[in-house]
Design a protein around this ligand. Structure first.
Ligand code: ACO
Length: 345
């Protein structure tokens, strides 16, 4: 990176993470299933229209995994692509963190299944669950392990097979979601500050807005729970919408404040891809220009923990962002949870 392209921080040591060991994003990758489900096809499944979905959400189509394609399969594909970009072997990975609300099964963790699939025999592995905010939570957790010198190379993945928990009879939710995975390799690189900061937040007081009621210890699977369709995702869309805008705004502003950055210094803003109206409301309030905003929601819908991870890979691979430029990732999800990260690519 030429020195002219370096971001100008008023005080480069002002934010917390500069004081620790620097953490770089050395590779990104993503994977989406081949099958496309369009709004027109959804019109034949529930009482909806392409016009309603497009105007209310911005979504035109989403990807749906094959019956024998699971979260761990998509996660492994995204991981292999990120490893290729980073130029590392599976043996070099110290830790695998997978953010998902759709693990292959309640246990063992999907991270363990991916460890086996990619041959990362040395790596520790665990899942984290922060719904749509999970990838940012994963970046922050991975960063801490590198900053503390516990590990040198961490693989963070956001992966979801949401089609497996969507109620395909509920038009309020089934039009919104899709499947996919995105991955990033975090490594220590001297004199490089790739992941500048990551902010996390939560409000369990609003846990009821987005839930999958059954399948846990509160309501184990029974014939009644299945008949009552309690093993599907449920959402209070209106209230979620309101909370999303405020939480994303707060997280983004906190991340910028920690880095002493102004929004105009960010080349690419990657928001959680849930709803075009949420993205535009957050963008307007932050002062983001259309040229700064990265949106792929129209093609994938909301892929929860995979959402910003896929978008990050596409922003890089499409040339929307170049080495040395700054990105702001901002997310929101069930929990409620939220987060933001500033990355110097
Ligand atoms: N097709 C046609 N009509 C529909 C559909 C549909 N697919 N879905 C709902 N409607 C109807 C409703 O039934 C309602 O009808 P009514 O007025 O007769 O009752 C009407 O459309 C309007 O419903 P609203 O709830 O007012 O629609 P709104 O403009 O709020 O949009 C939406 C709904 C898209 C769900 C929006 O609220 C939203 O995006 N919320 C946020 C979701 C989100 O961000 N989730 C992120 C986290 S996800 C995670 O963590 C896993």
């Amino acid at each position: 990176m030429s020195s002219a392209a370096k971001p100008k921080f008023k005080n480069p040591r002002a934010r917390f993470n500069f004081e620790g060991r620097p953490v770089s994003v050395t590779g990104v990758g993503s994977y989406v299933p081949a099958k496309i489900l369009t709004n027109l096809e959804l019109e034949k499944m529930v009482e909806t229209t392409d016009e309603w979905i497009t105007t209310r959400t911005g979504i035109k189509e989403r990807r749906i995994s094959a019956a024998d394609e699971f979260t761990s399969d998509m996660a492994a594909q995204a991981a292999l692509r990120a490893m290729k970009m980073a130029g590392i072997t599976a043996e070099q990975i110290d830790l695998i963190i997978i953010a998902t609300i759709t693990p292959d099964m309640p246990f063992p963790s999907t991270a363990c299944l991916v460890q086996q699939k990619i041959g990362a025999r040395r790596a520790a592995a665990f899942d984290i669950e922060a719904a749509c905010s999970g990838f940012i939570y994963g970046l922050e957790v991975g960063q801490q392990f590198i900053m503390s010198r516990t590990y040198d190379t961490v693989l963070v993945i956001g992966a979801e097979k949401l089609s497996s928990i969507v109620d395909w009879q509920d038009r309020n939710t089934c039009v919104l979601f899709g499947d996919g995975a995105g991955a990033a390799i975090l490594q220590n690189r001297p004199n490089s500050h790739g992941l500048l900061t990551a902010v996390m937040g939560a409000d369990g007081g609003k846990a009821n807005l987005l839930t999958m009621p059954a399948g846990g210890s509160r309501c184990p699977a029974t014939a009644d729970s299945v008949n009552a369709r309690l093993h599907y995702l449920r959402m209070d869309g209106k209230e979620t919408f309101k909370s999303a805008v405020q939480a994303m705004l707060t997280a983004a502003q906190e991340a910028l404040r920690r880095c002493e950055l102004d929004i105009t210094q960010i080349k690419c803003v990657i928001p959680h891809q849930a709803n075009r109206r949420i993205i535009d409301a957050v963008g307007d309030r932050l002062g983001v220009s259309p040229e700064q905003l990265f949106v792929n929601l129209d093609r994938y819908g909301n892929t929860s923990a995979a959402s910003v991870a896929i978008a990050l890979d596409e922003a890089v691979s499409s040339g929307k962002v170049s080495r040395g430029e700054l990105m702001l990732l901002v997310v929101f999800g069930a929990g409620l949870t939220w987060g933001a990260a500033v990355i110097e690519w």
